[in-house]
Design a protein around this ligand. Sequence first.
Ligand SMILES: Cc1ncc(COP(=O)(O)O)c(C=O)c1O
Ligand SMILES: Nc1c(O)cccc1C(=O)C[C@H](N)C(=O)O
Length: 406
Amino acid sequence: MTEPDLLIAAKELDAADPLAGFRDRFLPADGVSSYLDGNSLGRPLRATEEHLQGFVREQWGGRLIRGWDEQWLELPQQIGDELGATALGAAAGQCIVADSTTVLLYKLGRAAVAARPGRTEIVLDADNFPTDRYVMEGIARECGLTLRWVRADYDGGVSAEAVAACVGPQTALAVFSHVAYRSGFLADAEAITSVVHAAGGLVLWDLCHSAGAVPAQLDAWNVDYAVGCSYKYLNGGPGAPAWAYVASRHQADFQQPIQGWLGSADPFGMAQGYQPAAGIRRLVSGTPPVLGMLPMRDMIALIAEAGIGAVRAKSVALTEYALTAVDALLAPHGVVVASPRDAAQRGSHITIDHPAFKAVTAALWEQGIIPDYRNPSGIRLGLSPLSTSFEETFTGISAVLAELRR
Ligand SMILES: Cc1ncc(COP(=O)(O)O)c(C=O)c1O
Ligand SMILES: Nc1c(O)cccc1C(=O)C[C@H](N)C(=O)O
């Protein structure tokens, strides 16, 4: 396909896209003609601007301290339930909004290891996001455990076979990403969970790069623990709190490593000695970041309106289109696709490689074309289904071509 043909195809795909209208629900960004970084920071919704202003005026300004009793203390569970029902396949009472992904990885990792006393290993993959690896290194050091690394290919990912070769009676916990941050590889979470369970271990899934774009079925997959951020496809904004899932079967024995008053059974009893709250509430440590958790609520509502199945269908169509354009325009210039070609094994971003991409990315940002760059030489094209158009995807890829031709 030629460049003009690809532009025509993009316009046709946009015209036929049942979700195209959702793009207007996001705030425009002046001077940005192609935003391909929704997998790092999603764009704000117009509704969020309004709701934040209203909250400051009416809730914070009007209700003042009474707001905690009236509704704010319940928000972590309420929004967790909304997210669980809309995008995670989780029944109520198992998801909570709190902390950052990093802190929740620590809480869940520590609790999982405590739930498998006598086992000596945490299994993870070498291409997992740095914070996942670093937190598990720290837990291993604190608890006298060792790490066992599953090999993941740069353009591939973690397979059930590779995990089966690593787990055994020594496995306490296995930690993987549902969608890999670099390659975009979509793991078979159900098969891998069952392989780890067969060895008697527990599994913690990181859904940062899938929540809101790729549907999950945490209950049906029999997942033990999961975590994810809310500032990517959940459009929670910079520094928005993360979310955690703990299957109800693990909640009664969940040993919270950061025992704070708001995760205790009776916070305002202020008694001596920590007694954990019942249910998912015990994951909370301190005061919930109320302002930070409001924007994701708007996006969860938008995803519910569109339907997570339709969101996934658009995501697949966008990544398919991007691959077609990369093959046609960039491959002849030595660009290599470092993401799975099979849509069933791919999340909502693709990574392309070329030795010049660090400089190319810097030049693109100057022009208001925003993909992101990841070492060693990858450009990630993050395609956020409700805010990215096919034409915007074309614009970005055609700008990469122009830079390579310079
Ligand atoms: C897979 C994954 N895990 C964790 C994080 C980050 O965690 P935190 O929100 O605590 O910075 C990211 C992105 O920043 C990520 O892509
Ligand atoms: N969380 C980020 C941040 O605080 C600054 C810059 C980027 C990020 C990201 O989200 C990076 C992203 N998780 C990644 O996959 O690389």
